[in-house]
Design a binder for this molecule. Structure first.
Ligand code: FES
Length: 221
């Protein structure tokens, strides 16, 4: 069976953990638990058994949803967050080093960390984002998605879906929308909810384009 990413409901009890581990033990494969805030996620590589068998095993009241065969980018976005790695609660399996190693390099090197004189944070050159394209990177400890609308207009949003802080939105260049892969939450180009379960808009960041560079205004906390 393919790799699966399992996201558990918040407020997981030890009994839930034990039950899920028992099921995963039956299903075989290699797995790793990770915690972010109140949420717990598990990535399972190469789960054994046929599809129906695995589906039955994963049908558990403590499991919120399962992403089947997630792309490397989806795994990267969830499991390479530094905050998640710091909060890792251990591994009872042996998730492939590649699953954790490849994305980590991307995220650690993705933010420039320089400030302009007026305090805006330089996040990169404008030509690194194609028109009608997007790029996600760490800014002040959170993933921000930058969408380039025109030659000179770039919008920035917190990429964390407002339905669950474990999922990040992607840019759909055809529909000009921001889409969360977890439950198909859809946001418009201003970050407003179009459909799906997200309860509120994405948090917008103020972006400034100057001299061919893209800056984001320091967050007002
Ligand atoms: S986490 Fe459910 S729609 Fe994003």
């Amino acid at each position: 069976m393919e790799t699966v990413l399992i996201v558990c409901r918040s407020g997981l009890e030890p009994a839930d953990t034990a039950r899920i581990e028992g099921k995963l033990g039956q299903a075989g494969g290699e797995y790793r638990w990770t915690r972010r805030g109140g949420r717990v996620a598990i990535v399972v590589a190469r789960l054994r058994g046929d599809d129906a068998e695995a589906t039955a095993l994963l049908d558990d009241p403590a499991i919120d949803y399962v992403l089947r065969d997630p792309s490397e980018a989806e795994i990267a976005r969830i499991f390479s967050r530094r905050s998640m790695l710091n909060l890792a609660i251990g591994s009872t399996g042996l998730v492939s080093a590649a699953l954790l190693g490849i994305p980590l390099g991307f995220y650690l090197s993705s933010s420039t960390g320089q400030r302009s004189l007026d305090g805006d944070l330089l996040v990169g050159r404008l030509d690194q984002i194609p028109i009608n394209g997007a790029r996600t990177q760490f800014v002040e400890g959170e993933e921000v998605i930058f969408v380039r609308r025109t030659e000179v207009e770039v919008l920035g949003f917190s990429a964390t879906c407002t339905h669950s802080d474990i999922c990040l939105v992607n840019w759909d260049a055809e529909r000009h929308q921001l889409v969360c892969p977890c439950h198909r939450g859809i946001f418009d180009i201003r970050g407003n909810v179009v459909s799906g379960p997200p309860p509120r808009p994405l948090r917008q960041r103020t972006v400034v384009v100057r001299d061919g560079n893209v800056y984001v205004r320091k967050a007002q906390l």
